[in-house]
Design a protein around this ligand. Structure first.
Ligand code: 5GP
Ligand code: ZN
Length: 158
């Protein structure tokens, strides 16, 4: 697709720090890394999302997964471990509509992955009010190795 951001990276029209490449896939560093290692593995042809990968594209699916393995090896996280994520559609948080697998590593990653989900794990809805204080999922953080969760209450402005 001519105006797709990642298609333009494949064509070399937009620069990217390439980690790995073969005939089918391209892997490059994410421009806004969320971990010391944050690489994206994409098909060289335009596929909108994981949901749009057809049953006839099995080989491409395998190439993407094998591309993740190569990235993990080349970025040095193969033995320490890493997370592979495919954000899909609106609720998945997809922002670039060219299929990509995120490879994240280089630090321990908490689970569940999203702050809103972490809020649900705390037993609270993602946002609300209590005793004149406002909480939001952004204030929910994981503390220490024992993975206790804590809600930071914020004073309401009004
Ligand atoms: P999504 O939110 O769709 O799962 O992930 C899209 C990712 O693409 C984001 O992590 C974002 O930082 C990354 N990204 C967006 N634009 C660019 C770009 O121009 N270059 C690179 N290398 N990464 C980008
Ligand atoms: Zn594309």
């Amino acid at each position: 697709m001519s105006d797709c951001l990642f298609c333009r990276i494949v064509r070399g029209e937009i620069p990217a720090k390439v980690v790995y490449e073969n005939d089918h896939v391209l892997a490059f560093h994410d421009i806004q890394p969320q971990a010391p290692v944050h690489t994206l593995v994409i098909p060289k042809i335009h596929v909108e999302s994981l949901a749009r990968l057809g049953a006839q594209q099995r080989e491409l699916a395998a190439e993407l997964v094998l591309g993740v393995q190569q990235v993990a090896r080349l970025t040095g996280v193969e033995s320490s471990g890493y997370r592979t994520v495919a954000n899909t559609g609106a609720h998945g948080g997809q922002s670039v509509f060219h299929l990509h697998l995120h490879v994240l590593g280089g630090r321990p990653l908490s689970w569940p992955p999203g702050l809103a989900e972490l809020g649900e794990a705390c037993g609270y809805p993602p946002a609300g009010h209590f005793a004149g204080l406002r909480w939001s999922s952004l204030g929910c953080s994981t503390l220490g190795k024992d993975r206790r969760t804590r809600w930071q209450l914020r004073r309401r402005r009004q």
